[in-house]
Design a binder for this molecule. Structure first.
Ligand code: 2BA
Length: 109
C-alpha cells in the first residue's frame, strides 16, 4: 500500500477541533506553527502520514473541522512605504489548503 503525506494549512481557530477529530478517527498528525505569506499572520500546518486508501477519510475530517472565515486586512500591508489607504479590505481564508504528496518511504529508526 502506498504511503501519502497530507500537508494542510489550517487557521489557528480550527486547530483544536482538527487535532481532536484526527485523533478520534485514528490519524496520527504533527502540527507545525507557520505564517501565511500573504496576510503574514500565524496559521498552523498539519503533517499527516497515512495509507493512500485513507486519504479521502482524512480529507473529510479536515473539511468538517476547518471553516471559511473573513479577515479584515489593512491594505497598507501590501503597499510601498509612501502608499496610503484607510479602508480595510476583506479576505476569505480557508477552510484548509491541502497538499497530498507521495512518500517514498516512511520509517521509524
Ligand atoms: P496567506 O498566504 O496569509 O493567505 C491568506 C488568504 O489570503 C488566502 O486564503 C487567500 O484567500 C488570500 N490570498 C493569498 N494570496 C493572495 C493573493 N496573492 N491575492 C489575493 N488574495 C490572496 P487561503 O487560500 O485559504 O490560504 C490560507 C493559507 O494557506 C495561506 O495564508 C498560506 O499560508 C497557505 N497557502 C495557500 N495557498 C498556498 C500555496 N499555493 N502554497 C503554500 N501555502 C499556501
Amino acid at each position: 500500500m502506498a504511503t501519502r503525506l497530507i500537508v494542510s494549512v489550517v487557521q489557528d481557530e480550527d486547530v483544536e477541533d482538527l487535532t481532536r477529530a484526527l485523533r478520534k478517527e485514528g490519524f496520527s498528525s504533527t502540527k507545525i506553527g507557520s505564517t501565511g505569506g500573504f496576510l503574514r499572520r500565524g496559521n498552523s500546518t498539519f503533517l499527516i502520514g497515512l495509507d493512500e486508501e485513507l486519504v479521502p477519510a482524512a480529507l473529510e475530517v479536515i473539511r468538517a473541522s476547518c471553516h471559511q472565515r473573513t479577515q479584515l486586512v489593512n491594505p497598507a500591508l501590501f503597499m510601498e512605504p509612501e502608499g496610503f489607504m484607510t479602508d480595510f479590505i476583506e479576505v476569505q481564508v480557508g477552510g484548509a489548503v491541502v497538499f497530498v504528496l507521495g512518500v517514498e518511504q516512511m520509517l521509524r529508526v
